[in-house]
Design a protein around this ligand. Structure first.
Ligand SMILES: NC(=O)c1ccc[n+]([C@@H]2O[C@H](COP(=O)([O-])OP(=O)(O)OC[C@H]3O[C@@H](n4cnc5c(N)ncnc54)[C@H](O)[C@@H]3O)[C@@H](O)[C@H]2O)c1
Ligand SMILES: [Fe+2]
Length: 386
């Protein structure tokens, strides 16, 4: 890290706190919006959240149209439908509210308002030519940090792969983070999304692109997750735990938005593409194994991860302290009820070849990894995780 140049990008405005969602109308107006297209997670409807959002927009004189057909872990065709509807409405501001699936759908719809062609044209790094209409993203899960990052992820059915659009032009103008919106997230989703945020923080902290700026956010995110995830899963109405996890998720989003993910996400994407395992569960299954492999690259930082997760490390050798970090993640995922082995989610030995091939294609993530991973290394890690 010393002597390298680091770029740090985040949304122009982050509004954080209980009740923050009520500011959406004023923000849309400030961004010059008169016609808002709102992309909302369908499961929020039971809690009446999209209706409140529409009222907050209309109360500021902003017309609004609601779209709730968001697909979980959205496929390219589902996103094309959302983008076409946003265009047909002629929106001048885009609001996304929901988990990563809704926020990524909103990011794609926003970019396609001002960039020609289809979403596939922008798969890759830095291919988006210009910003879409102004956008406001509001997360309702504590996990992806999608409201902060330049990334959005889509399932391509024909390839059985998840593909990414990576562009600073897709960072929203405003992120509104309101912990109250996460109170209704079921325990299983709380656990999986929380482990996704932990993967983000650990991978960014140990990335070759880590900087003093990303380290601040990554380490604090790890500490917050170690303190709050168990409680948030055990008692979803515990507001301090939900608040801690909401902050952890966006801090981890700041960290990956600038330092990237690496080994865990690279190994986990093929589980999502080939076997449709959810993002957070796939990452959680690989997290301890990826950490064990990477630990040699920086024993000191992995020791700090163990400490941030509450493991006593005083008096331990650097190697022993670093080993505690993977063990702490394993215990956390066990406590929050996530499967511990890939075989528990239907993966069998004969699937490993294709998983290795898929993982090795994730070159954009391997570029961030602090230790070289050869195909035989990927295979050994996946076999251990089976
Ligand atoms: N853009 C990024 O930087 C980034 C980072 C990580 C992951 N992702 C992507 O995000 C997607 C996963 O997002 P996710 O983990 O948030 O899951 P999700 O958005 O698919 O949501 C999971 C489930 O929780 C429900 N839900 C969401 N908020 C709720 C609430 N407040 N109350 C009740 N139910 C609620 C949803 O309807 C859904 O059924 C994946 O496609 C992944 O690839 C994106
Ligand atoms: Fe992730």
């Amino acid at each position: 890290m010393a002597g390298t140049v680091a770029i740090f990008r985040i949304p122009a405005q982050i509004t954080y706190g209980c009740g923050a969602v009520e500011t959406v109308g004023a923000e849309a107006k400030r961004l010059g919006g008169a016609r808002a297209f709102v992309i909302a997670d369908p499961n929020l409807q039971k809690a009446g959240i999209p209706d409140r959002l529409m009222a907050a927009l209309q109360g500021q004189g902003v017309e609004a149209r609601l779209f709730v057909d968001v697909e979980p872990e959205p496929s390219v065709p589902s996103v094309a439908t959302a983008a076409a509807a946003a265009k047909a409405y002629g929106c001048d501001v885009l609001v996304g509210i929901g988990g990563g699936s809704a926020l990524d759908t909103a990011k794609a719809a926003a970019l396609l308002t001002k960039n020609p062609g289809s979403l596939e044209d922008y798969f890759g790094i830095g291919l988006v030519k210009q910003r879409g209409v102004p956008s406001i993203l509001i997360p309702t899960t504590s996990g992806t940090g999608a409201e902060i990052t330049p990334n959005s992820l889509f399932y391509v059915p024909a390839l059985k792969e998840k593909k990414a659009v990576v562009s600073p032009h897709t960072i929203p103008d405003v992120a509104i983070i309101d912990p109250l919106l996460t109170l209704t997230v079921p325990p299983g989703v709380t656990a999986a999304t929380g482990m996704d945020a932990l993967s983000h923080a650990v991978e960014a902290y140990t990335s070759v692109n880590a900087s003093s700026m990303t380290d601040l956010y990554a380490l604090e995110a790890i500490r917050l997750i170690g303190t709050h995830l168990r409680t948030a899963v055990a008692n979803g109405s515990d507001l301090p735990a939900r608040e801690g996890m909401a902050r952890a998720s966006y801090y981890a989003g700041i960290a990956i938005g600038n330092a990237g993910t690496n080994i865990v996400h690279a190994l986990a994407y093929p589980l999502q593409g080939q076997h449709r395992i959810t993002h957070g569960v796939a990452n959680s299954l690989l997290l301890p194994y990826g950490m064990e492999f990477n630990a040699l690259s920086n024993l000191c930082k992995f020791g700090a991860v163990a400490e941030a997760l509450g493991e006593p490390t005083a008096g331990l050798s650097p190697r022993a302290a670093a080993a505690k970090s993977a063990e702490a993640c394993r215990l956390l995922s066990l406590d929050v009820g996530i499967p511990q082995r890939m075989s528990a989610v239907g993966i069998r030995h004969e699937h490993i070849d294709a998983l290795v091939d898929g993982a090795m294609k994730m070159t954009r993530l391997w570029a961030n990894n602090p230790r070289q991973v050869r195909p035989e290394d990927a295979r050994a890690i996946l076999e251990k995780a089976l």
